[in-house]
Design a protein around this ligand. Structure first.
Ligand code: NZQ
Ligand code: ZN
Length: 377
């Protein structure tokens, strides 16, 4: 076990916390408020932000899509440059936060912002970033990742930058109450799979990471089974667990297998599927294809998360699938697209993006991807 861990994002958690926003951003800054398709104007979050920033100089850019596109974000960069902004405040879900990470990192970049995504350039300077989070799922509010789509080529790629840690993130669980069932289910699933990707690997014996991951998996499956009885605590639990699942802690020093995400990202890029739905469709079949290497951890998960002593790892995969089904998620890939060339399109993009052999043991080759997709269709 060897790692370096630092998470500098200040979390401000609790009801009514948006009102304190102005204390986290110096009044010297000119703030660019970035948001999505308008949900914040319907649920009162925009008004709360406006009130909190009344002594700041600020301007706004709305219209960042779910699965945010480079094409839209480039417009936000140009708008921010024209208005001499010095700070970006993301108000929204993972897409708005990721999009804002693209904005702050490409702001000073001399060239196409996509250079950051294809790895041809690494950022050396960025604007500071703050977040008011409105959807619990990605953990983007306190990590360095961002996933961006290039509409022109239907590519969805990610980049990491040390500048992308938000300085602060406000998590008011009341804000989640305007989310519909689909987005809340997406949040439970995304956080669940984030935890799995850092847990369902080899039997490494690092207890803190394993037991903490199991705690999150237990908590998230409890949220799934009480989905129809949501109270204040339910929302608060989801907000905090989604944050903890991908703020870097449980993945420190342990093997990780982001295979489900890598395949899922190509499906979102190609077919516009919700991120979490791609995961729910792919993960069970990826586990089936790799059942021998995942067996130990699946059985450990069975015992410590689902409280079953089964010796058959398939039973645990079925439990995971049943959890997704209980959240009304269609698990057949063919329900989302009828593209006859799906397998070829996915593997071609994976190859283009350098993913020809991945997973913690590098056993997920493009042939294995095809088998996973065959099962998922
Ligand atoms: O755009 P608006 O109008 O705000 O509506 C959004 C959007 O339609 C709506 N919404 C958000 N908060 C709401 C709300 N509606 C009502 N009430 C609220 N409080 O929900 C819809 C989905 O929002 P989005 O931001 O797309 O969802 P999510 O947070 O799940 O983010 C998904 C994106 O994050 C990426 C995904 O690939 C995807 O592009 N990810 C980012 C990661 C990271 N940075 O670490 C890791 C993840 O694995 C993931 O890949
Ligand atoms: Zn995810």
């Amino acid at each position: 076990m060897e790692f370096s861990y630092k998470n500098p994002t200040q979390i401000e958690f609790g009801q009514g916390k948006i009102a304190e926003l102005s204390t986290f951003i110096s009044k010297e800054h000119k703030v660019l408020v970035v948001y999505g398709g308008g949900s914040i104007k319907k649920n009162g979050v925009y008004d709360q932000v406006k009130d909190a920033l009344k002594e700041h100089s600020w301007c706004e850019f709305g219209g960042v899509e779910a699965n945010p596109t480079k094409e839209t974000l480039d417009k936000a960069v140009a708008f921010g440059q024209e208005n001499d902004v010095t700070y970006v405040l993301a108000v929204g879900g993972g897409s708005v936060v990721d999009g804002s990470k693209y904005i702050i990192n490409s702001f000073f970049h001399d060239g196409d912002g996509w250079d950051l995504l294809d790895g041809s350039s690494t950022p050396t300077k960025a604007l500071p970033l703050g977040v008011v989070l409105t959807l619990a799922a990605t953990g983007s509010e306190s990590n360095t990742g961002a996933v961006i789509t290039k509409k022109e080529t239907k590519e969805k790629r990610f980049f990491h930058s040390p500048f992308s840690y938000p300085q602060f993130a406000v998590l008011d669980p009341d804000v989640l109450k305007s989310l519909d069932d689909r987005q809340l289910a997406n949040g439970v699933i995304d956080a669940f799979v984030h935890t799995c990707e850092q847990y369902l690997t080899s039997n490494h014996g690092l207890k803190a990471q394993d037991y903490y991951a199991e705690g999150l998996l237990r908590g998230l499956s409890a949220l799934a089974s009480t989905f129809d009885k949501r109270d204040d605590k339910w929302y608060a639990n989801l907000f905090w667990m989604a944050n903890q699942a991908l703020n870097g802690l449980i993945g420190s020093g342990v093997p990780q297998d982001w295979g489900t995400h890598f395949i899922g990202h190509e499906l979102s890029g190609l077919y516009g599927m919700d991120h979490a739905r791609t995961l729910a469709v792919i993960q069970p079949h990826l586990l089936r294809e790799l059942i021998d290497e995942k067996e130990d951890k699946l059985l450990q998960m069975g015992k410590n998360v689902f409280h079953t002593e089964t010796k058959n790892p398939e039973d645990i995969i079925v439990k995971i699938e049943n959890m997704y089904k209980s959240l009304n998620v269609d698990l057949k890939l063919s329900s989302y697209t009828d593209d006859k060339d799906l397998k070829k399109n996915v593997t071609t993009l994976l190859e283009k993006h350098g993913f020809t052999k991945f997973g913690d043991r590098e056993t997920i080759t493009l042939d294995v991807v095809e088998k996973i997709l065959d099962r998922a269709l």
